[in-house]
Design a binder for this molecule. Structure first.
Ligand code: PNS
Length: 179
């Protein structure tokens, strides 16, 4: 028997699935874009949560990171970009989201992500964490690596959209003029 999504909906069984794609996005890379687009293909609504990672010293303010994301994935109809400062589970609950989507690049990500998923579940057990494996072409990519390559004069154009590339180079020039 074929059961369509409409069939469930007409019986009032389907809940709107809102997922949060959280991160510091300092700044957004092609790796993030891949995960956000794939999440948008799975969930009814995806809220990209631009959050503070207390362990990192950001190059971009939350507003700047949010703007760069809006320019990058803001045209996807079921994607919304929101900045937030606080607990991820509170952010998710505020937006009626029951799923957190994270990208897993390699085994090295696993322990940290596992710890965060368990902690978040302990804080709010109505929220599940789902992991998407990063596409093989983005496995090595992180915002920190991109900034490091840029600082050392390498070509960062394969890793980020053009306007993000220009913003990173601007930051690097500003940093070197402050020295
Ligand atoms: O892109 P990042 O830096 O790996 O993202 C980490 C982030 C921002 C998702 C994480 O630090 C986070 O959830 N911050 C919000 C504060 C919080 O809820 N901390 C407890 C989670 S264990």
């Amino acid at each position: 028997m074929k059961i369509s999504r409409e069939c469930f909906a007409s019986k009032g069984c389907v809940k709107m699935k809102t997922a949060i794609c959280p991160g510091s996005f300092d700044p957004v890379t092609y790796g993030h874009i891949d995960i956000i687009k794939r999440a948008a293909g799975i969930f009814d609504k995806v809220i990209v949560g631009v959050l503070v990672n207390v362990e990192k010293k950001p190059w971009f303010t939350i507003e700047e990171r949010t703007d760069l994301l809006k320019k990058t994935v803001g045209d996807i109809p079921n994607v919304e970009i929101v900045g937030f400062d606080g607990l991820l589970v509170d952010f998710a609950a505020k937006h009626n989201a029951n799923v957190i989507v994270k990208g897993l690049r390699a085994v090295s990500d696993f322990e940290y992500e596992f710890q965060m998923a368990l902690t978040n579940n302990k804080l709010n057990n109505k929220i599940e964490t789902v992991f998407l494996t990063t596409s093989s072409e983005h496995m090595y990519l992180s915002s920190s690596i991109v900034k490091q390559v840029g600082l050392l004069g390498g070509d960062i154009s394969p890793f980020v959209p053009e306007f993000v590339h220009d913003e990173i180079l601007l930051r690097i020039r500003q940093r070197s003029s402050l020295k």
